[in-house]
Design a protein around this ligand. Structure first.
Ligand SMILES: CC(C)(COP(=O)(O)OP(=O)(O)OC[C@H]1O[C@@H](n2cnc3c(N)ncnc32)[C@H](O)[C@@H]1OP(=O)(O)O)[C@@H](O)C(=O)NCCC(=O)NCCS
Length: 157
């Protein structure tokens, strides 16, 4: 059974950084970066873990920030061993439902143009492309940097 997401707390910074490192070798955020983000107004997120222990390794995380009536996904990742089990879908759905209840009208994010899995995930929720940022991401599997797609989802109204 898919575990229910838990709200991210400031004491999770170390575990968040560990999972981020597994998922984004090149551009991983460290525990200090997560701690700083979690202290910012409007920043919130959810995680899933292997079990309920406070030190249990994370299987997925999503962090977002809300400002006025718009929000953006700051980061989302799922442990390689736990992919294709609907964890990302569950976290994005939880975020969208929470924001919509609070009257947020739009959700934004950026994704590398060559990130097939993430783009399919967001397409499934109805995100639409509203622009590109050229050479935004460092190359991982090729030499040239990769463009970012800017996506937007209308939540209500
Ligand atoms: C992108 C990522 C978050 C998806 O997580 P996940 O838990 O495996 O995704 P889910 O199982 O919830 O899949 C949801 C949908 O995403 C799409 N998807 C996920 N993985 C996919 C893949 N490898 N290929 C194609 N589509 C994929 C599918 O549309 C899927 O829906 P379906 O199962 O009904 O076909 C995960 O691959 C990941 O962490 N990647 C590395 C970090 C990253 O790229 N983060 C996003 C940055 S914007």
């Amino acid at each position: 059974m898919t575990p229910s997401p838990c709200i991210i707390r400031s004491h999770d910074a170390e575990r968040l950084a560990r999972l981020h490192r597994h998922c984004f070798a090149e551009e991983a955020w460290d525990a200090e970066a997560f701690a700083a983000l979690l202290g910012m107004p409007g920043c919130r997120g959810w995680l899933t873990a292997e079990d309920e222990g406070q030190d249990s390794p994370l299987t997925a995380l999503l962090l977002a920030r809300q400002a006025a009536d718009e929000a953006e996904v700051l980061t989302l990742c799922v442990a390689p061993t736990h992919r294709r089990q609907a964890l990302a879908k569950q976290l994005v759905r939880r975020l969208i439902e929470t924001l919509a209840r609070q009257g947020v009208v739009a959700l934004h994010l950026e994704v590398a143009v060559d990130n097939r899995a993430a783009r399919a995930l967001y397409r499934g929720f109805g995100f639409v492309e509203i622009g590109r940022r050229p050479n935004y991401y460092k190359a991982v599997t090729q030499t040239a940097p990769v463009d970012a797609c800017m996506l937007r989802l209308e939540l209500c109204g």
